[in-house]
Each structure stands twice: as structure tokens, then as C-alpha cells.
Design a protein around this ligand. Structure first.
Ligand SMILES: CC(C)(COP(=O)(O)OP(=O)(O)OC[C@H]1O[C@@H](n2cnc3c(N)ncnc32)[C@H](O)[C@@H]1OP(=O)(O)O)[C@@H](O)C(=O)NCCC(=O)NCCS
Length: 189
């Protein structure tokens, strides 16, 4: 099994001490789906980070897993003590073929494990895989009012290219969406 990230330094908010965070990142396998959707479904039901409003059926989950085809569209998980504490993916930005050089990234960290560097470990791994796959741009759609996600992406050189006003509606709230992108093919890369 491919596994890329070893120990990284994270800040443990529960103890207030800076502590060694051992997070393993590897490609997801089908048996990881319950762990992935345990994290995601909470956001579907209770949050606005995703604009999905219905949890996926078992068949839809399997199709979603199968749709993540290497090398451009990896699905990865972060594990601490063999438990899935986060996941990330690169997906097609659009089904239209001329967008093949662009992928959309997603990163989700389990509630209670956030703010400890796991999101950064996942996004670093996705960028490395995207670069190796020859992607030109990785982009994110981030609901306005998600400072953790904005800061996470800024930390990796993503820039805001625009804000789509009032495009989403969830729990009776009208929502703006910020588009952030990271060029993978620039001179600094
Ligand atoms: C957004 C998310 C993926 C970030 O992952 P994380 O593990 O919590 O974040 P990290 O600990 O790796 O921190 C990443 C950066 O964000 C900052 N950050 C973390 N939580 C923050 C918060 N609540 N407010 C502001 N900044 C925050 C960190 O300080 C760090 O920045 P730094 O390197 O400049 O210090 C995670 O909080 C999450 O899963 N949220 C719910 C789902 C979601 O919003 N997904 C993104 C959809 S676009």
C-alpha cells in the first residue's frame, strides 16, 4: 500500500501543547468508504462546506469512489492510529475535455481533529500528486465564512480569483462561494 506522509508537527489544542502529530496519508481503498462518509455526511447534514444536501446511497458512494481515477484524480485518506481522521480528493473541474488540466480539490477533517495540521498534510499530499500528474491548475470552491478553509488554501499559495455571489442556498441561507486557485505550472513551481 502506498503511504506518503510520515510524522509532521501539529499543535494539539486539547492539551495546549505543541505535539508530534503522526498522520499517515495513503490512497483510499473501497473499505475506507464508511470512514470517509462518516466525516462527509456530517457536513452534508449539518454544515455548509458542501452544497450536497442528501447523503449518498451505497451505490452512489461506490460510483464516486470509482470516478476517482489515477493519476489526475486521487482520493486519499489521513490515518491516526489506523483510524480515518480526514480525506481529500482531486476531481474533474468540469466534464468538458478542455478543462482536463484543471482539478478541484476537496479536504475534510473529522470534527474534533480539526486545527491540528491534518488538513495541511492532506492538501500538501494532493498538490504533490497533482503536480506529478501534470495538472496545470488546482482550484477550490469555498463557501464564504469558512476561515479555516481559506487559511488552509492560502498557506499553499492559492489565490482568490473571484467570489460568486448568492449562488448557493442551504438551511434557508443564501451563500456566496469563493473560488481559489493554485497554478501548478508557473515559474515558481
Ligand atoms: C477546512 C479544514 C479542511 C482545515 O483542516 P484542519 O486540519 O482543520 O486545518 P489545519 O490544522 O491543517 O490548519 C490549516 C490552516 O488553517 C488555520 N486554521 C485552522 N482552523 C482555523 C479556524 N477555525 N479559523 C482560522 N484559521 C484556522 C490554521 O492555523 C492553518 O493556518 P497556518 O498554517 O497559517 O497556521 C477542516 O477544518 C475541515 O474539515 N472543515 C470542515 C469541512 C471543510 O470546510 N472543508 C473544506 C471545504 S472547501
Amino acid at each position: 500500500m502506498e503511504s506518503s506522509t510520515g510524522p509532521t508537527w501539529g499543535r494539539c489544542w486539547r492539551t495546549g501543547r505543541r505535539s508530534l502529530l503522526t498522520v499517515d496519508i495513503r490512497l483510499a481503498t473501497e473499505p475506507d468508504l464508511p470512514g470517509i462518509f462518516f466525516i462527509y455526511d456530517r457536513e452534508v447534514r449539518e454544515g455548509v462546506a458542501t452544497f450536497d444536501t442528501e447523503v449518498k446511497t451505497a451505490a452512489e458512494r461506490q460510483q464516486w469512489f470509482a470516478d476517482h481515477r489515477l493519476p489526475r484524480h486521487p482520493l486519499i485518506v489521513a490515518l491516526e492510529a489506523d483510524e480515518i481522521v480526514g480525506w481529500g480528493s482531486l476531481s474533474p473541474w468540469s466534464a468538458r475535455c478542455a478543462y482536463i488540466r484543471t482539478a478541484e480539490n476537496s479536504v475534510y477533517v473529522r470534527a474534533g481533529c480539526q486545527g491540528r495540521g491534518i488538513g495541511k498534510a492532506l492538501l500538501a499530499d494532493l498538490l504533490e500528486r497533482g503536480r506529478a500528474a501534470g495538472l496545470g491548475v488546482i482550484a477550490a470552491r469555498i463557501v464564504e465564512g469558512n476561515p479555516a478553509s481559506i487559511r488552509l488554501h492560502e498557506a499553499f499559495g492559492f489565490e482568490t480569483v473571484g467570489v460568486m455571489r448568492r449562488v448557493g442556498e442551504k438551511f434557508g441561507r443564501i451563500l456566496d462561494v469563493r473560488i481559489m486557485q493554485r497554478r501548478m505550472d508557473g515559474p515558481a513551481n
